[in-house]
Ligand binder design. Structure first.
Ligand SMILES: CC/C=C\CC/C=C/CC(=O)SCCNC(=O)CCNC(=O)[C@H](O)C(C)(C)COP(=O)(O)OP(=O)(O)OC[C@H]1O[C@@H](n2cnc3c(N)ncnc32)[C@H](O)[C@@H]1OP(=O)(O)O
Length: 248
């Protein structure tokens, strides 16, 4: 039925390394150019993890040129996903913090597995970093200003039930039904004529995407100088240590 399934596979946690981002963007571009494909189901092949978000090791202990290159690729993937003409449905079958949540938010519909161990949200503030304005814009578009304001400041990671309540996801289903539900949602969306759905999507999302497009370079500079700061590098170091200690 012209639907591709994209499975994220970058063990152990599907962090979005530079290589992973680049491959993702190229695969998406290929699908976008394949006229037989009308929809994509985005999911994960890593058990229990949708995506751990941006790769912290790409943002820690590197040089400014690397940060700039990395951020350019993060922007590129986001723009492609957010403005895709295809129908994107995410089958969120695991934890989905920060950049993982960002991927899901780019989709037209989000189905999440009902497992309280899986959480989703933009938790950047917990890491001592700040979600950039275009993450924030997409959050506001999805859950509204007040909820986004609170969730961004607190770095809230929502359980599936909470995520459904606040509107971060559209549906929560038993874990073994995530894929079948994503397929049935896709069938419903495929019944809409592409041209009217695409024009409507574009109308809803263009201003948000344009907001980044018109200041891409400044956004790269801003990220590079922010992430290069000693204080921010220290915060990331502490966060990485905390992740290690969690293992015991
Ligand atoms: C101006 C703008 C400025 C800045 C904006 C920057 C925006 C950033 C957005 C982001 O996406 S930042 C990344 C945020 N991600 C997280 O906070 C997730 C952190 N990870 C976790 O919470 C957990 O790892 C997990 C729930 C995803 C999975 O838990 P579990 O299955 O128990 O695995 P481990 O915690 O043991 O992790 C295994 C292994 O993977 C490493 N790792 C985890 N997350 C990341 C990551 N995002 N990047 C790189 N590496 C990651 C972790 O350290 C472990 O490594 P080992 O070497 O100890 O095996």
């Amino acid at each position: 039925m012209g639907v591709a399934v994209m499975k994220l596979r970058n063990p152990p946690v599907n962090s979005l390394s530079l290589e992973c981002l680049t491959e993702f963007t190229i695969s998406l571009e290929k699908l976008e150019n394949d006229k037989s494909i009308r929809g994509v189901i985005l999911t994960s092949e890593c058990p229990g993890i949708f995506s751990a978000g941006l790769d912290l090791l790409e943002m820690y202990g590197r040089n400014p040129a690397h940060y700039a290159e990395y951020w350019k690729n993060v922007q590129e993937l986001w723009l492609r996903l957010y403005t895709s003409n295809m129908i994107l449905v995410s089958a969120i079958n695991g934890a989905s913090p920060a950049g993982g949540c960002l991927l899901a938010l780019c989709c037209d519909y989000r189905v999440m597995a009902d497992n309280p161990k899986y959480t989703i949200g933009l938790n950047e503030s917990l890491l001592g970093i700040v979600a950039p304005f275009w993450f924030k814009d997409m959050y506001v578009n999805t859950i509204g200003h007040r909820e986004a304001e609170r969730a961004l400041q607190l770095g809230t990671l929502f359980s599936p039930a909470e995520a459904l309540k606040v509107g971060v996801v559209d549906e929560v289903v038993p874990e073994d039904q995530v894929h079948s539900k994503a397929r049935s949602v896709m069938t419903k969306w495929l019944a809409i004529p592409d041209h009217s759905r695409q024009l409507t999507k574009n109308m809803m999302r263009k201003a948000t995407a344009d907001n980044l497009i018109k200041q891409r370079e400044a956004d790269i500079q801003n990220f590079t100088s922010f992430i290069s700061k000693d204080s921010i590098q220290k915060s990331l170091h502490m966060y990485l240590e905390k992740l290690k200690q969690k293992k015991g």
